[in-house]
Design a protein around this ligand. Structure first.
Ligand code: AMP
Ligand code: MG
Length: 352
C-alpha cells in the first residue's frame, strides 16, 4: 500500500487542511487507517465501531489482540452510543479535564465491537484537545480507535517522521502535525470500580484526579517490575517503549550517579560498544559517553516528558548499543516519566 503523507498546521486549519481531513475521514469511514497527531503522542486510527478496522490496527502495529484500543471522541454526546450507563465521575472529570490527556474506562454498550476492546466488556475513551485530531474524529463519524502509532514495543512517536519510520506502507495516510506538546501517553483511569483507579500514569496526575473525585487509587504494578502481579490495563504487561540497545537506570546521589555512569560507559566503550546517556541540564556537561542527550532541567518535568521518547528513538537512529539514564523523582508527572523509563529499561535499575 502507498502511504500518503499530508502536513497540517494545528493553528491554521484552513480550507485546504479541512479538505485533507475530509479525505482522511473518508479513508477511516471506508475501513482504512490514518496516523494523526494528538497532544500526547501520534495515534494510529481506525473506525472504532468497525471490527475489521480494529483488526487492521492490530496487524499494522504487530500488537497482541488482547491489548485493547482507546476510542477517541470529539464531544460528550458521543458517549451515549458507546457507554452503558455513563458514571457521574465521568461528567465531573470531563468538565475539568476534557478535551485533554485523560482516558476513562467505562462499561461498553453493544455498539462497541469486542475487537476494539480486546474482548473486554469495558471501553477506554478519550477526548483529545489537538485540533487536527478533533476535526478528524468529526470527519470520520465520531469514533476513532487509536493506540500509539508505533510498531508494538517501540517508543511512542512524538513526531510524524517516527510514524513514517514505523508505518510507511502499512496505513493509507499519515498526517504530519509537527511535534506533540506532551510526549507521553494519556493517564488512564478506571471508572468501573468502587474507588476509581489509575491504570497508567500520565500528564494528568493522581493529585489532579483526587481534587475532582476525592479518593483515587493507583494500580500497584505501575512502578514495580510486572512479574508476579498482573497489571489491570492489559497493555501494561507488554514490553514497551524499548530502544534497540540495553538501557539501565541509575539511582542515587547526583555525584555518585554521574561517576558510576562514566565508569560504566568507559568500560563498555573499551569493549567496542557505542554508549549513550540520558542526562539533565544539571549534569549534561559531566558525562564522557559517545552520545549524551539532555532530557531537560530537573525542575521542568514537562520538558523531560516531551523529550523522553524522542531521545530513545534517536539512540536507535545513532545505533547506540548500551544506554544509561539518571532516575527521576516520582512525584507529579515524574510518576509517568519513571513508569515509561522503567518499561523501556525492562526494569533494569542500579542503585549507587
Ligand atoms: P496505547 O494507546 O497504545 O497506549 O494503549 C492503550 C492502553 O489502554 C493499553 O495499555 C490498554 O491496555 C489500555 N486499555 C484500553 N482499553 C482498556 C480497558 N477497557 N481496560 C483497561 N485498560 C484498557
Ligand atoms: Mg502504545
Amino acid at each position: 500500500m502507498e502511504t500518503i503523507v499530508e502536513i497540517i498546521d494545528e493553528n491554521n486549519i484552513d480550507d485546504k487542511a479541512l479538505a485533507v481531513l475530509k479525505k482522511a475521514g473518508d479513508i477511516l469511514k471506508n475501513g482504512g487507517l490514518v496516523a494523526f497527531p494528538t497532544e500526547t503522542v501520534y495515534g494510529l486510527g481506525g473506525d472504532a465501531l468497525n471490527p475489521e478496522s480494529s483488526k487492521k490496527i492490530y496487524a499494522a502495529k504487530g500488537r497482541p489482540s488482547d491489548n485493547p484500543l482507546i476510542v477517541h471522541v470529539a464531544d460528550m454526546e458521543s458517549l451515549k452510543k458507546i457507554v452503558d450507563n455513563i458514571p457521574d465521575a465521568a461528567y465531573k472529570l470531563a468538565d475539568v479535564l476534557w478535551p485533554g490527556p485523560l482516558t476513562m474506562i467505562m462499561n461498553k454498550s453493544d455498539a462497541v465491537p469486542y475487537e476494539t476492546t480486546g474482548g473486554l466488556n469495558t471501553v477506554a475513551i478519550r477526548m483529545p484537545s489537538n485540533k487536527i485530531a478533533a476535526e478528524l474524529i468529526r470527519q470520520a463519524g465520531g469514533y476513532i480507535a487509536a493506540p500509539s502509532a508505533n510498531i508494538s514495543g517501540r517508543p511512542s512517536p512524538t513526531e510524524a517522521k517516527y510514524c513514517i519510520e514505523d508505518l510507511d506502507g502499512r496505513v493509507e495516510m499519515i498526517i504530519d502535525g509537527g511535534s506533540v506538546g506532551i510526549g507521553l501517553e494519556s493517564t488512564i483511569i478506571d471508572l468501573t470500580v468502587d474507588t476509581p483507579m489509575i491504570l497508567r500514569p500520565g500528564y494528568v496526575t493522581q493529585k489532579m484526579l483526587e481534587d475532582i473525585l476525592g479518593g483515587v487509587s493507583i494500580d500497584k504494578t505501575i512502578l514495580s517490575a510486572t512479574s508476579g502481579v498482573k497489571p489491570k490495563a492489559p497493555g501494561m504487561k507488554y514490553r514497551h517503549y524499548a530502544p534497540k540497545g540495553e538501557l539501565t537506570i541509575v539511582e542515587g546521589k547526583p555525584e555518585a550517579v554521574t561517576a558510576f555512569i562514566n565508569e560504566q560507559t568507559g568500560q563498555h566503550s573499551a569493549n567496542g560498544e557505542k554508549c549513550g546517556v540520558i542526562a539533565t541540564t544539571e549534569t549534561f556537561s559531566l558525562y564522557k559517553a559517545d552520545v549524551v542527550k539532555c532530557a531537560g532541567g530537573r525542575d521542568d518535568e514537562e520538558e523531560i516528558a516531551r523529550n523522553l521518547f524522542r531521545i530513545l528513538r534517536e539512540f536507535d537512529d545513532e545505533n547506540v548499543d548500551c544506554m544509561f539514564s539518571e532516575a527521576f523523582d516520582e512525584n507529579g508527572i515524574g510518576q509517568a516519566i519513571m513508569n515509561r523509563l522503567l518499561k523501556a529499561a525492562g526494569h533494569r535499575v542500579i542503585k549507587v
